[in-house]
Design a protein around this ligand. Structure first.
Ligand code: G3P
Ligand code: CA
Length: 249
């Protein structure tokens, strides 16, 4: 595992703002990320896709309908077209000026302040997205000094394997929703530094099985203070929540 040990130990668990502070602000917007930092998150979780013109953009769904006033597939829109959309009003009228952020904007604004956990969404829709991400991360000047603060994960294990080959210094993780065999865990541990099971399938036993393979253990999405407290006691390495203020005891 290339996960920096002293880094997780200092923070333990890493407090990760899910799509920012999406309990308080429209998910995956600048407002949501500023809020997550204000509330003390160690990491911002950022979902990424590719626009029609091949730019990495931050959004959760592969379609625009739920969280913007656009319609249809995000990948059919250029960045110029996406930037005209209102990505905040669906949550509350006061967020009407929020726009779909680019990954580059997130990196430029927040990279020096907080860690960024990037999720590649539906990589099978976007052939080459791993390379785009590697290029985007590599061109930052602070990459060598601050590289520990970027993590990448996905539900798609093959995508994470590809990304790991391109940027072996950046820790990658695999998200899972269902029970997993030891054989599969072993396969994942060959390239991944952390596993990120959905909270509903997490148990002490699963935690141990993951740790036995040398991987860190994260979980998502925990929006209940008591559960966060319990998970802290279990010494999880990272917890993802819509409410980063719930981490404070
Ligand atoms: O960080 C884990 C979580 O974000 C994965 O699910 O749908 O919220 O992206 P989703
Ligand atoms: Ca996500």
């Amino acid at each position: 595992s290339n996960f920096p040990d002293n880094f997780t130990m200092q923070h333990s668990p890493l407090k990760i703002g899910h799509r920012g502070a999406s309990g308080y602000c429209p998910e995956n917007t600048m407002a949501s990320y500023y809020k997550a930092i204000e509330l003390g998150a160690d990491f911002l979780e950022v979902d990424i896709h590719l626009s029609k013109d091949g730019i990495l953009v931050v959004h959760h769904d592969s379609t625009l309908d739920r969280t913007t006033n656009g319609k249809g597939n995000l990948r059919d829109y250029t960045v110029a077209e996406l930037k005209e959309l209102d990505a905040g009003s669906w949550f509350h009228a006061r967020f009407k000026d929020e726009r779909v952020p680019l990954l580059s904007e997130i990196l430029e604004n927040f990279r020096s302040e907080v860690g960024i956990l990037i999720e590649i969404k539906h990589p099978s829709l976007y052939p080459g997205i791993e390379k785009k991400l590697a290029e985007e991360l590599s061109k930052r000047e602070d990459y060598t000094s601050d590289k520990k603060r970027i993590l990448v994960h996905s539900f798609d294990m093959e995508s994470m394997k590809r990304f790991h080959q391109l940027m072996p210094d950046i820790p990658v993780g695999v998200l899972i929703k269902r029970r997993i065999s030891d054989q599969k865990l072993k396969e994942i541990a060959e390239f991944a530094s952390f596993l990120n099971p959905k909270q509903t399938i997490l148990s002490t036993k699963l935690q141990m099985r993951i740790q036995e393979q040398g991987m860190k253990v994260f979980t998502w999405t925990v929006n209940n203070k008591k559960q966060i407290h319990m998970l802290k006691k279990m010494k999880l390495d990272g917890i993802i929540s819509d409410f980063p203020d719930y981490f404070i005891d």
